[in-house]
Write a protein that binds this ligand. Structure first.
Ligand code: ATP
Length: 331
């Protein structure tokens, strides 16, 4: 059986891990990136596409499992993703939930997780808010607004620049003061457990750059992700985030069957009361896991060997195959 993925995001980590677990690997890549991916010896087969419709046909031509990552739906769009007919690792039913911000936040809320207040319309704003574009845009176009007039001004700008069609397309959230922490989890149906696989912080322009010259540059912060930084949390924060993770998995098992399978991330702000506010989740492997190709301080606690999330996915597939339970980890 072949392990395949789309050439972007965390494809190197995924295929490197698959190889370590003994699987043949295939990448489905845009022609402009083919030479880049050919630099890596752990990629066995190349399927090269020129347009996105071809990409889906090529994905479907692979005899194996497709590993989805954060760029899959973003590149192909939800409609093309629905046309993927080979088994996908994890729960494909989550894709449509993830592309709707309201439904996404509903899953967190139903889990009893603390989330930021959100505002339906700019008219309702009564505090500092962050205004976000839907989908995995890496923070592009996000801005802060102190009041409704600033918010409307910024949203009109986004419409003029054709980032969005109307104000209904943005997400308006209370800006939670604290520090960001992204908790990377893996839910294993084979072991019936939530594993903490790592943790990261996004390195974002200009919000992270501004603190280098406090008070000198008078510019609005922006949130464009340019990289990721490793972090470990105080151990006393971990019981709460595990509690959140267990509840979240349980909610998805009830509302989006078969529930979360494999990697996901809870994206949070930790406040100065050491409360954890989850402003977003990602139902698949996140790019921050690329920090830990050799395993993270947390993955060692479970595996005692280098275990990237990419490798962890293939380990789950391998054990599932051995136990004749591949259907428990794919949809
Ligand atoms: P992804 O690529 O994961 O989809 P994204 O484009 O969805 O990223 P987010 O992770 O939602 O972006 O947010 C980008 C950044 O904006 C975060 O790292 C954080 O700094 C900030 N942020 C988002 N929501 C809030 C909030 N409610 N309060 C404070 N900061 C926030």
């Amino acid at each position: 059986m072949i392990v395949s993925t789309l050439g972007s995001h965390s494809a190197l980590q995924i295929l490197h891990g698959a190889k370590k677990e003994g699987f043949p690997t295939t990448i489905i890549t845009e022609n402009s990136r083919e030479n880049f991916y050919r630099r890596f010896s752990f990629i066995d087969n190349f399927r090269v596409y020129k347009n996105l419709d071809d990409a889906v046909n090529l994905i479907n031509s692979v005899d194996g499992v497709l590993i989805p990552h954060g760029s899959l739906v973003e590149y192909l769009g939800i409609q093309r993703t629905m046309n993927i007919s080979i088994p996908i690792f994890g729960n494909r039913n989550l894709f449509s939930w993830e592309s709707n911000q309201q439904k996404k936040m509903y899953l967190l809320k139903q889990s009893g997780i603390r989330i930021p207040e959100s505002f339906e319309s700019p008219e309702d704003i009564d505090r500092l808010v962050i205004i976000k574009l839907p989908g995995a845009k890496g923070g592009k176009g996000y801005f802060l607004a102190k009041d409704k007039s600033k918010a409307k001004e910024g949203i009109n700008h986004l419409i003029e620049e054709k980032y969005i069609k109307s104000s209904d397309d943005v997400i308006i959230q209370e800006y939670v003061t604290g520090i960001p922490m992204y908790f990377q989890f893996f839910y294993s149906p084979i072991f019936s457990r939530n594993e903490l696989t790592g943790m990261d912080i996004r390195y974002e322009t200009n919000v992270d750059g501004l603190k280098r010259v406090p008070g000198i540059i008078n510019t609005e912060p922006s949130f464009v992700v340019a990289g990721n930084i490793p972090v470990v949390a105080r151990e006393s924060l971990l019981p709460k985030i595990f509690d959140y993770a267990d509840r979240f998995v349980e909610t998805t098992r009830q509302l989006v069957k078969p529930g979360i399978v494999g990697p996901y991330s809870l994206e949070t702000i930790v406040t100065d009361e050491l409360d954890i506010v989850v402003f977003e989740f990602s139902g698949r492997i996140v790019a921050g896991t690329n920090l830990y190709v050799d395993g993270s301080p947390y993955s060692w606690l479970y595996w005692d060997e280098p275990m990237s999330v990419g490798r962890r996915i293939s380990r789950e597939i391998k054990i599932a195959v051995q136990k004749n339970k591949l259907g428990d980890v794919t949809t």
